[in-house]
Design a protein around this ligand. Sequence first.
Ligand code: IPE
Ligand code: IPE
Ligand code: MG
Length: 222
Amino acid sequence: MKLPKHVAIILDGNGRWAQEKGLSRSQGHQEGVKALVELIKYTNSIRLEELSVFAFSTENWSRPKTEVDYLMGLVEKGYKKYQKEIKDLGVKIKVVGEREMLKPEIQKIAQEVEDATKSNKGMNLNVCFSYGGKQELVRTFKKLEGKEITIKEIQNNLDINNDVDLLIRTGGNQRISNFLIWQLAYAELYFTDVYFPDFKKEDFDQAVLYYNNQERRFGGLK
Ligand code: IPE
Ligand code: IPE
Ligand code: MG
């Protein structure tokens, strides 16, 4: 089986996972973190080149403050708990999104994880946090002021430069929700009803199998 080079995943369904079990949404997010760590370990172990995870969108700032605060707290807790483990895995982490919207403590964590993993040789892991696809494009176009606008220039100046080969969205909805607008131009799209906390390596394999069954023509003919 062929592994896609760049997989992107929209981690959705934490809240519904919890609600269906009579738990709080917070507990769903807590389980989501565990599932994410397992996913990172697995994809790195099979030598995936690049994984982009959508963990918090620019639109998610509009959720109730209690939920937003909880999610930010999870980042701080998760950083403490998994810092060493993630570093030892050898993955190279990039935090992508509207950083200035994050509180200083989280901005500091983002900088620290990037610095601590920058010479790692494992999977490239893009953590999209406070991320919006349209916002990334605006930021990119601003960098190009005065230059000739070409596809190549735009691509080279994005935060995430590589096109996505396979997009996975958990949680049953079939939409992009302002994720990697540009990079998804020719991605294969895989939607599953599985809520993210229940998403296991077998589900990832299932998505890769789907990917392998697609004929990627890029507009040409086979
Ligand atoms: C995804 O789960 C995690 C974030 C967006 C932070 P949700 O919180 O969107 O869960 P549902 O979609 O309400 O079930
Ligand atoms: C998309 O999920 C964002 C993340 C998973 C981080 P949402 O739950 O926020 O998206 P909508 O509201 O269903 O579009
Ligand atoms: Mg959701």
